[in-house]
Design a protein around this ligand. Structure first.
Ligand code: FE
Length: 347
């Protein structure tokens, strides 16, 4: 119920925004705005959007909501949607937006040149903005890092009752399993899933941060989490989070093979974008050196622009090999992953 009210409020809000679009007019009387639907709500983003407005004279209208709410809102609005750009997380979810006909392909030499091919949609419906790895956070006082190796190895008996990981409803886990299906085949992926369920320290609950806290609380010995959560916890104002993150080591799996599983937050131009050219300029700006530096230092994610270095904390963790699997595959195998999770009884 709460969600429905929220969506109605959002639609009403964007209707107001539609009227306001006319305020951002250029000298020739054309409206000069870009309407951005984003799940990101960092103060740093606001600074960035101001910079974009100052250099381009294009006004940025931001609508914040959770990723799934934004996608739902766009599909309710249909051809009337004021959305120009959708920014959201996970290639699985970006592919879902593409499959639901909410995005359109674009041509941009800048985006094609800077963003590695595996970090974008092969048909240019969406482009990665920042990267994150799904890694193993282990209890430094109970796990010898030399016992860790691959995602596949987590299925072995030695991890019985020791693994902490969130629910399979979460897109991050669906994408991780999709990567295992693509890399190892469906049968192997199914066996892996069943073994992980066997090896769980507890029935899945909470988010990635909660898994790290549970390691420190002694409920399990290793947690599978996204890198930026560790970065954010280490820099948290909550001393409990800092303490939890300090007690775990970071391990990048599969370094002698295909590399650690990664994912992106990304952006695409909306199917009915009223300001398509501005939308393209906006996404090009988001992968510029200037913008990527802001992203890199605001949420502890890895930049997609290779000339920009990650935050100092991430540099301390060292370089790692990433799985170069084309991320759009994660969307392609999402349904299969969800099915395998259900069959294996992964809550
Ligand atoms: Fe997240």
């Amino acid at each position: 119920m709460k969600k429905v009210i929220f969506l109605i409020a959002l639609v009403a809000f964007s209707a107001c925004k539609n009227d306001n679009k006319k305020t951002g007019t250029s000298s020739d009387g054309e409206e000069n705005v870009v309407n951005v639907y984003t799940h990101r709500h960092y103060a740093a983003d606001q600074v960035l959007f101001k910079q974009f407005e100052e250099t381009t004279r294009i006004k940025v209208n931001v609508i914040n909501a959770s990723a799934d709410e934004l996608i739902q809102k766009m599909s309710i609005e249909g051809a009337q949607s004021p959305a120009d750009v959708l920014i959201t997380v996970d290639a699985g979810r970006l592919t879902r937006a593409k499959d639901q006909n909410l995005l359109q392909p674009i041509e941009s030499d800048i985006l094609n040149r800077i963003i590695a091919p595996h970090l974008k949609d092969p048909e240019n419906y969406w482009f990665g903005l920042t990267k994150r790895a799904r890694i193993i956070a282990y209890a430094k006082n109970r796990v010898d890092s030399s016992d860790l190796s691959t995602y596949e190895d987590l299925a072995s008996d030695k991890w019985k009752g020791r693994i902490l990981i969130r629910s399979s409803e979460n897109i991050y886990n669906q994408s991780l399993l999709a990567s295992l299906i693509v890399n190892n085949g469906e049968d192997e992926a199914r066996k892996w899933t069943e073994s992980i369920v066997e090896n769980m320290a507890r029935s899945p609950k909470g988010n990635d941060r909660d898994q790290v806290k549970a390691v420190v609380g002694g409920e399990g010995d290793i947690a599978i989490v996204n890198t930026y959560y560790i970065g954010n916890m280490l820099n948290s104002e909550n001393p409990e989070e800092v303490k939890a993150a300090e007690a775990v080591g970071i391990f990048f799996p599969n370094q002698n093979g295909r590399g650690a599983h990664i994912n992106v937050s990304g952006a695409g131009v909306a199917r009915y974008a009223p300001n398509k050219e501005n939308a393209i300029k906006f996404i090009e700006f988001l992968i510029s050196k200037q913008a990527q530096e802001v992203f890199a230092n605001s949420n502890y994610e890895y930049p997609v622009n290779p000339i920009v270095k990650p935050a100092p904390l991430l540099q301390q963790w060292g370089e790692f090999k990433e799985d170069s699997l084309t991320l759009s595959k994660l969307g392609e195998f999402n349904k299969k992953a969800v099915l395998i999770f259900d069959e294996a009884g992964w809550k």
